[in-house]
Design a protein around this ligand. Structure first.
Ligand code: SF4
Length: 322
């Protein structure tokens, strides 16, 4: 088995100092091998986008280790991050906001080539190749972003990310701003590119169905912690954690009339400034007992190479509103 390309261990991010910081990410660990796609799924406020930014060092971690190809990224000085930034790229949720509207596509994609000191002579030709790689005609390089549809703009964002031939892409909600009708095309393209270029991905989404489609493995996050991690098949077919089970029960794919997650779970997601003691999910968990307030459940082996953070050995078939 290949050594991990990205290893994250005990990753923690608190915003603000003093006695009540926002505990956005708490002790998260995972690894991604070359060519592998790991999905991070969870509700808004689960810390998934923060993790995406931390692993690219767009944010400074409070604690924990980030290793890329064995090298410590978490504490590397800025000047040593330049080679890393060539090997790991981000694709953003809103393709329009992330593209400079005053630049032509050839300059948007070409800028990425310049920023990494790649061959300038071949720039125009390379931009054309990159556009064709993402399914756009090379001749469109003279157009401006507003001349493209949302799906096409996301393709331009991908071409820009691929310009430096990265090994890892962090994709933060890459299809959630797109119409449902073009989401599938965008996901197909990403799967195709992933296979052709042996790209590893950290694929961030609130939508478990999208993550299931795209990912080899899935980590389910709640209030900054990993609740469950495992193969996409295990997590979606044989969930071990009550939160994963609730996410699945709320999936419109499983049942078009599925109740909303907010109806399946008690109350709202607690504030990350004052998370519940013990299991952070306990205030919404249908199976919580007083014991759940006592200790933070460590990740337990799920028996299928994955792990889950719950004191229960097994959960009933389906979550019902409590
Ligand atoms: Fe629910 Fe308790 Fe398991 Fe947390 S530890 S998920 S509160 S049963």
């Amino acid at each position: 088995m290949n050594a991990p390309l990205l290893e994250v261990e005990g990753l923690t991010k608190h915003f603000g100092s003093g006695p009540a910081p926002v505990r956005a990410v708490e002790g998260v660990s995972f690894a991604i091998r070359p060519g592998e796609v790991l999905g991070l799924v969870g509700e808004s406020g689960s810390g998934k986008s923060t993790i995406g930014r931390l692993v690219l060092r767009l944010l400074e971690p409070t604690a924990g280790a980030i290793r890329f190809a064995g090298e410590d990224i978490a504490r590397a000085p800025e000047r040593r991050l330049k080679p890393f930034r060539r090997r790991a790229q981000m694709v953003f949720q809103d393709p329009y906001a992330s593209l400079n509207p005053r630049l032509r596509v050839r300059d948007i994609v070409g800028e990425a080539l310049d920023a990494h000191s790649l061959a300038r002579g071949r720039r125009r030709e390379r931009v054309g190749e990159l556009l064709e790689l993402v399914g756009l005609p090379a001749a469109h390089m003279t157009r401006f972003p507003h001349e493209f549809s949302g799906g096409q703009r996301q393709r331009i964002g991908l071409a820009r990310a691929l310009a430096v031939e990265p090994e890892l892409i962090v994709a933060d909600e890459p299809v959630s701003a797109l119409d449902v009708s073009v989401q599938a095309q965008a996901l197909n393209l990403m799967q195709d590119l992933r296979a052709r270029l042996n790209l590893a991905m950290l694929f961030i989404s609130h939508d478990l169905d999208v993550v299931e489609l795209m990912c080899d493995r899935i980590a389910v996050l709640y209030l900054g912690r990993v609740m469950e991690i495992g193969t996409a098949e295990q997590v979606t077919q044989r969930p071990r954690h009550p939160y994963t089970q609730a996410l699945l029960a709320a999936s419109p794919k499983a049942d078009p009339d599925a109740p909303k997650l907010t109806r399946l779970l008690k109350g709202d997601i607690p504030s990350p400034i004052a998370p519940p003691s013990g299991c952070v999910f306990r205030t919404r968990c249908p199976y919580a007992t007083p014991a759940c307030a006592e200790v933070i459940p460590p990740l337990r082996d799920s028996g299928e190479g994955g792990a889950y953070a719950c004191i229960l050995d097994s959960i009933p078939e389906r979550t019902e509103a409590a």
